[in-house]
Design a protein around this ligand. Structure first.
Ligand code: NAD
Ligand code: ZN
Ligand code: ZN
Length: 367
């Protein structure tokens, strides 16, 4: 078996400080672990949350978690992947043994696997890998179950995005929201995650599919990806607009409304933009200081339906990644449209800046 090795990785050393490219030490894979040679990794909003201390205070973080690559080596007892396999990394390696897994709902698994050993700085300081992955690096150490084999002919920069944001968005629609043929859907916030919810809704046969954003560039992309209507909510009241679009049959809004911003005011819009007995899916991630907006309890009761959250699109990587990669390869899922630019490992700060200004769906580091 190989020894530990030193590679380049992008680390957030201190809260709110620019990230740096530094040498990191990758241990040889132990039992149940794999070392993956990273080929691509998308820049997700959550990486910025980590840098800002918005997730926890376990600095230094090894950032990056939307990745594809090739398995380089595996530890003892690993049978599901082998060196040379092309994989998308996931942050839901289900345990098969917790109470969620036991009751047949593994997408809620409460004890998902990550690597047991720690990657470190060269002075031995232990790194916290973002979402247990840490893939803004030439190589990373993960649990073998975090490697999902997919069609090796697929473009890494595109399919790696299934590792987080795109899967979260698609799954929010088809898994959590149970969008099917003929249902009406509205998506509030059409960044990488919301745009993926639009694709998921279109694949499921929903109609109409209403895209809501405050940025016309995002609305344009949403339309290209399958939205039938667009609403700029900085100009019009989105609740009224959604009701008008779907309300011809007397309904009070969309069957499913997906909130992909993560703010109280957009959650409230989503709440009231649902038809009676409709479903609200919160996939945007709020910050700890945010609270549920002031809504009369009688409205919660009276409007009925379901108020759900969607973690990682309630996905099962082994079931969902290969299926979505196949749709991509068949030309039915334009994953390439999500890759706004390919960048180098030293360009993460610039990518955060572009994300902040809404200039990109995804910047993707290519190694
Ligand atoms: N639940 C999960 O598993 C999961 C996974 C990945 C990301 N996320 C979260 O999803 C959210 C979106 O991520 P993203 O990568 O698409 O971010 P993004 O920055 O690319 O997109 C956010 C979009 O929301 C729009 N927006 C902002 N304020 C708005 C408002 N008031 N009304 C309407 N639109 C508004 C922006 O213009 C932008 O298009 C984030 O909170 C992110 O942390 C959740
Ligand atoms: Zn479990
Ligand atoms: Zn993410």
């Amino acid at each position: 078996m190989s020894n530990s090795q030193t590679v380049k990785g992008v680390v957030a050393l201190k809260k709110s400080e620019p990230v740096s490219v530094v040498d990191i030490v990758i241990p040889a894979p132990g039992p149940g672990e794999a070392v993956v040679q990273v080929q691509s990794c998308g820049v997700c909003h959550t990486d910025l949350h980590y840098r800002e201390g918005g997730i926890n205070d376990e600095f230094p973080f090894l950032l990056g978690h939307e990745a594809a690559g090739v398995v380089e080596s595996v530890g003892e007892g690993v049978t599901e992947v082998a060196p040379g396999d092309f994989v998308v990394l996931n942050w839901r390696a289900v345990c098969g043994d917790c109470r969620a897994c036991d009751r047949g709902e593994p997408w809620y698994c409460f004890a998902t696997h990550n690597a047991t050993q720690k990657m470190t700085l060269t002075d031995g300081t232990e790194l916290s890998p973002a979402l247990g992955i840490g893939a803004f690096a030439e190589k990373t150490l993960v649990a073998a179950g975090q490697c999902t084999k997919v069609d090796p002919e697929a473009r890494a920069a595109a399919v790696g995005l299934l590792g987080c944001g795109v899967m979260a968005g698609v799954g929010a629609a088809i898994n959590t929201g149970a969008v099917t043929r003929g249902k009406s859907v509205a998506v509030i916030g059409c960044g990488g995650v919301g745009a993926a919810s639009i694709v998921g809704s279109a694949l499921a046969g929903a109609s109409p599919i209403i895209a809501v954003d405050i940025d016309d560039r995002k609305l344009e992309t949403a339309r290209e990806l399958g939205a039938t209507h667009t609403v700029n909510s900085s100009q019009v009241d989105p609740v009224e607009a959604i009701r008008e679009i779907v309300g011809h049959d007397g309904s009070e809004g969309a069957d499913v409304v997906i909130e992909a911003v993560g703010r109280p005011e957009t959650w409230k819009q989503a709440f009231y933009a649902r038809d009676l007995a409709g479903v609200l899916v919160l996939v945007g991630v709020p910050t700890p200081d945010m609270t549920v907006p002031d809504i009369p309890l009688i409205d919660v009761f009276g409007r009925g339906g379901a108020l759900k959250s969607s973690w990682y699109g309630d996905c099962l990587p082994k079931r969902d990644f290969p299926m979505l990669v196949d749709l991509y390869r068949q030309g039915r899922f334009d994953l390439d449209a999500f890759v706004t630019e390919e960048i180098g490992i030293g360009d993460i700060e610039a990518a955060f800046e572009k994300m902040h200004h809404g200039d990109v769906l995804r910047s993707v580091v290519v190694l």
